[in-house]
Ligand binder design. Structure first.
Ligand code: IMP
Length: 499
């Protein structure tokens, strides 16, 4: 006979925090959001901790090397998507590990044969005002020139004018050479009154761009997440199919931590994958996703360094309606946290938990942390920012960014789903969508962190540990949900905000 769980499974929106006494030292400036990423023994320090409890989802539309750098700069971690070739994923890891603050990869590139119309279209799409002109139009091709707004007159030049006729050619550019430091680059920028300095190697191949505006920004990143070599820490997604080839390549590229990306992690495939990695490599590995005690203990006993929780709650996810599996995210988290705490009591080993998916409002993050998650994983949240790898488009009067699920046909990520070796998806578990464009990661994250810290002060907590111990969480009725937002008033345009 089936086993029934007659308690309805709950989502974050059904809970609120009740304030505790706020003591005078409870000031957001004193709140520390440091949190463990991987398991550790009681009394010891985890080998990797995050400075903010944020990770970006293992998704094509979210976590590439650009996002990984941007998030590590702020203290969190990205897990680069595994639904690409092994070589491509390893290359992204390499780019993050060799990234130097202030030296950016040129994201807008054309060839001299392109036209003014191509330049305008590219600028519109990326928002970048500097376009590198390389022999093959790639970010590391031989640099032949640069185009900025000063190189053409929109009102006079024909749209068909070839780039070669109006670009600033290489011979007239001031460039830096491989190995230049950020402060040397900055001196060149100031001496020559430049906005942007291209860095090239001995063959004139473009390596990076250094922008005048970035210098000050890069001087202060107190929370950046660095390894002992001062490179950014980065994660990578793997699957349970090609791990024997993928993991060695990622480890070779310098990855700090792996995670098995799957919609349902309670499987023998995950056990085998974790055991293979543990037996052969000195690299940390997370597993998931699970939604109950049994799934959690199975993965922990298999050797997982952290466990991801969540099935069916992702914003682009249609797993629940397609397959009828899943659990409300809050209920899943509460059960897994209880199992983790019990496991800690019994063994003295603390296994961090990641609450993955379904975060809609910023306060959901605080709730997940209060319920015992050590960090959250977010897809939709990060997809909205400049740093996500997808296109920014104008739809109607609004800018949007594309965002699609790993289980959608667009992602072609059949390895994520244990389809018994079949090489294509039988049905989709995710959708292809847009999310409202929201600007830069740092700006948005600062706002979200401000809210989390402020709520923690309301709860009398200066650390995440304290929050977990002290949190008092109440279930809310459907009727009181209505009272939670602005109600019974006519809102002015300016007070409508998306979060
Ligand atoms: P979000 O933050 O609510 O957008 O959820 C992101 C999470 O959704 C990811 O971290 C994955 O766990 C999950 N996910 C990603 N792609 C799919 C999909 O196609 N179907 C179901 N879940 C997905």
């Amino acid at each position: 006979m089936a086993t029934y769980f007659m308690e309805p499974s709950r989502t974050f929106s059904e809970f609120l925090l009740i304030p505790n006494l706020t003591t005078k030292d409870c000031n957001p400036a004193n709140v520390d959001l440091k949190t463990p990423l991987v398991k550790f023994k009681k009394g010891e320090e985890p080998s990797i901790s995050l400075n903010i409890p944020f990770s970006s989802a293992v998704m094509q539309a979210v976590s590439d090397n650009g996002m990984a750098v941007a998030l590590a700069r702020c203290g969190g971690i990205s897990f680069i998507y595994g639904s690409q070739s092994i070589e491509e994923e390893a290359e992204m890891i390499r780019k993050v590990k060799s990234y130097k603050a202030g030296f950016v990869v040129s994201r807008s590139n054309l060839t001299p044969d392109h036209t003014l119309s191509d330049v305008l279209e590219l600028k519109e799409r990326t928002g970048h005002s500097t376009v590198a002109i390389t022999e093959d139009g790639t970010e590391n091709g031989k640099l032949l020139g640069i185009v900025t707004g000063r190189d053409y007159r929109r009102s006079r030049d024909p749209l068909s004018k070839p780039v070669r006729e109006f670009m600033t050619p290489y011979a007239k550019l001031v460039v830096g050479k491989t190995g230049i430091t950020l402060s040397e680059a900055n001196n060149l920028i100031w001496d020559h009154k430049l906005n942007c300095l291209p860095i090239v190697d001995e063959q004139q191949k473009l390596e990076n761009l250094v922008f005048r505006k970035d210098y000050d920004e890069h001087k202060e990143n107190p929370l950046e997440l660095l390894d002992t070599n001062k490179s950014y820490i980065v994660g990578a997604g793997i699957n349970t199919k090609d791990y024997m080839e993928r993991v060695p390549a990622l480890v070779e590229a310098g990855v700090d931590v792996l995670v098995i990306d799957s919609s349902d992690g309670y499987s023998e495939w995950q056990r085998e994958t974790v055991q293979f990695v543990k037996a052969n490599f000195d690299v940390k590995i997370g597993a998931g996703n699970v939604v109950d005690r049994e799934g959690f203990l199975y993965l922990v006993e298999s050797g997982a360094d952290f466990v991801k929780v969540g099935i069916g709650g992702g914003s682009i996810c249609i797993t629940r309606e397609q397959k009828g599996i899943g659990r409300g995210q809050a209920s899943a988290l509460m059960e897994v946290v209880a199992a983790r705490d019990e496991y800690f009591q019994e063994t003295g080993i603390y296994v961090p938990i990641c609450s993955d998916g379904g975060i809609v409002y910023d306060y959901h993050i605080t709730l997940a942390l209060a319920m015992g998650a050590d960090f959250v994983m977010l897809g939709r949240y990060f997809a909205r920012f400049d740093e996500s790898p997808t296109r920014k488009l104008l739809v109607g009067n609004n800018f949007v960014k594309e965002y699609w699920g790993e289980g959608s046909n667009r992602a072609r990520n059949w390895q994520r789903y244990d389809t018994g070796g079949k090489s294509k998806l039988l049905f989709e578990e995710g959708v292809d969508s847009y999310v409202p464009y929201a600007g830069s990661l740092q700006e948005n994250l600062d706002k979200t962190l401000g809210k989390i810290k402020s709520t923690m002060c309301n709860c009398g907590s200066l650390s995440l540990d304290e929050l977990k111990q002290k949190a008092r969480i109440t279930l809310v009725s459907a009727t009181s949900l209505v009272e939670g937002g602005a109600h019974d008033v006519i809102l002015k345009e300016s007070s409508l905000s998306e979060d």
